[in-house]
Design a protein around this ligand. Structure first.
Ligand SMILES: [Zn+2]
Length: 382
C-alpha cells in the first residue's frame, strides 16, 4: 500500500509542473474533510492531509471562517495551508511519500498602545465613538472588575486611560494582549490606577501602586458580560405572575455560555433538580455558598467533593428546569441565608510580598509614565 502511494507521488512531482492553487474558507458547519472534498481533493488524500494537520492543530477546533489554501501540482496536493488567524497558521507539506504538518512561525512585534476616552453615555459608546476596539473596553472592565462594574456604573464625564499590549504583524495590530495598566477617573470619587504584574508563579495579577491587590477573592459575576435580566430581591415572578422574592441574579445569555466559579471552593452538589434544572453548588471560605442553575451541561470533573478554582469553567449555561428563556440564575448564601451578590464586599487577595515590591515599583513607574506621556500616540481605530 505504501509502495503504491510512493510511486504515484513520485510520478506526480517528476512530471511537468502544472500548479493549481485553490483558496477556500470553512463554511458554517463544514468540516475540513468537507472543504477538501468540495475542492475536489480525493477522500484518501484528504484523510492523510488531515491526519498530518492534526499533529499540530486539533482539527476538532476547526471553525467557520478558517482558511485553506491547497497547492496542487499535476493534480497531487503538494501542500495545504490552514489559517486560523493572522498569527495562527499551519502547513501540511509533502515530504516524499508522506505528509508532515507544522505550525508556521509568523513574525510579530510586541508593542504597547495607549487608549483614552471620556464616557458620554456609556463606556461602550464612549469606546465606539472614539474608534476604540470594543475588545479594549472588555479588557478594561475585566481588569477593574473587582472594584467597579464599569458596564453598569460608568457615568457621563468619567475618563478612562488604558495601556494595552499589542501584537503587530506587518504594521497592523492583529491581537491585543493584557491590559498593562489602566486609570479610571470618575466625575465623583477618587481616581483609580491599577497595574498588571506577572507573579513568579506565572499568574497575571492586578495591583494598586502600593502593592495592594486590586483583585478580590470572589468574582463580581460568574459570567462577565451577560446583561442582568432580573436582579436580586422582590419581583413579579415570570411564570407564577405573583410577587416573589428572587433569591439570586438572572443573567440572560445564549445556551452554552461558559459559567465560572466565582471563588475557589468545593462542589457540594452537581445534578438535576426539578425547578433549578441542572445545577452546581459550591462551598467557599467565609461561610459562602454559590449555586448556578438552569445549566445545559457540566464541565468535566464537576462532581460532589471536587475542588474548583476561582474563574474555572464549571458548566455551560442552558434552559433547564423552570425557565421562560435561556439564562443563568446565580445565587449566593452567607451562613445559610441568601444575600445580594452585587452588594457583598469580598476580601482582597494577598498583597504583593515585600521582596517583590522593588521590582513592582519599577513596573509602576514605567507604566504610569506611559499612561501620562503625551509623546505616546493615542491610538485611533486599529
Ligand atoms: Zn432567577
Amino acid at each position: 500500500m505504501r509502495a503504491a502511494a510512493f510511486c504515484i507521488l513520485m510520478m506526480g512531482s517528476s512530471a511537468l509542473a502544472g500548479t493549481e492553487v485553490t483558496n477556500r474558507r470553512l463554511e458554517q458547519g463544514q468540516t475540513i474533510l468537507g472543504a477538501l472534498e468540495a475542492a475536489n481533493v480525493s477522500a484518501a488524500s484528504a484523510l492523510r492531509l488531515i491526519d498530518a494537520l492534526d499533529d499540530v492543530f486539533d482539527v476538532r477546533q476547526a471553525r467557520s471562517g478558517h482558511q485553506l489554501r491547497i497547492v496542487r501540482v499535476d493534480g497531487f496536493v503538494e501542500h495545504l495551508d490552514y489559517r486560523v488567524g493572522p498569527l495562527d497558521e499551519y502547513q501540511v507539506r509533502r515530504d516524499g511519500w508522506r505528509y508532515i504538518g507544522e505550525k508556521r512561525v509568523v513574525a510579530f512585534e510586541r508593542k504597547v498602545a495607549r487608549f483614552e476616552f471620556d464616557v458620554e453615555k456609556s463606556l461602550w459608546q464612549a469606546a465606539i465613538s472614539t474608534g476604540t476596539d470594543p475588545v479594549i473596553v472588555m479588557a478594561l472592565a475585566d481588569a477593574f472588575g473587582w472594584e467597579l462594574d464599569l458596564m453598569r456604573n460608568a457615568r457621563l464625564g468619567d475618563r478612562a486611560k488604558v495601556l494595552v499590549e499589542t501584537l503587530e504583524h506587518r504594521g497592523r495590530i492583529v491581537r491585543y494582549g493584557d491590559v498593562l495598566a489602566a486609570s479610571y477617573t470618575p466625575v465623583k470619587g477618587a481616581k483609580m490606577e491599577i497595574y498588571r504584574y506577572l507573579l513568579p508563579s506565572g499568574e497575571r495579577a492586578y495591583f494598586f501602586s502600593d502593592g495592594t491587590s486590586a483583585q478580590r477573592t470572589f468574582l463580581k459575576t460568574p459570567v462577565g458580560w451577560a446583561p442582568v435580566t432580573s436582579p436580586f430581591g422582590n419581583r413579579i415572578h415570570p411564570i407564577f405572575g405573583e410577587p416573589r422574592f428572587h433569591d439570586g441574579i438572572d443573567y440572560g445569555m445564549p445556551v452554552g455560555t461558559p459559567v465560572r466559579a466565582v471563588a475557589s471552593g468545593l462542589v457540594t452538589f452537581a445534578g438535576y433538580t426539578p425547578g433549578g434544572g441542572n445545577m452546581v453548588c459550591l462551598m467557599h471560605e467565609d461561610d459562602y455558598e454559590s449555586c448556578y442553575l438552569h445549566l445545559s451541561r457540566f464541565a468535566q470533573g464537576i462532581q460532589t467533593d471536587a475542588l474548583v478554582y476561582r474563574k474555572q469553567v464549571i458548566a455551560w449555561s442552558g434552559n433547564t428546569g423552570n425557565t421562560t428563556r435561556p439564562h443563568l440564575h446565580f445565587n449566593l448564601k452567607k451562613r445559610g441565608g441568601y444575600v445580594d451578590p452585587s452588594r457583598q464586599k469580598f476580601p482582597r487577595t494577598d498583597p504583593l510580598p515585600n521582596e517583590l515590591l522593588a521590582d513592582f515599583s519599577a513596573v509602576v513607574s514605567d507604566y504610569s509614565g506611559q499612561l501620562r506621556d503625551v509623546g505616546v500616540p493615542v491610538m485611533a481605530s486599529p
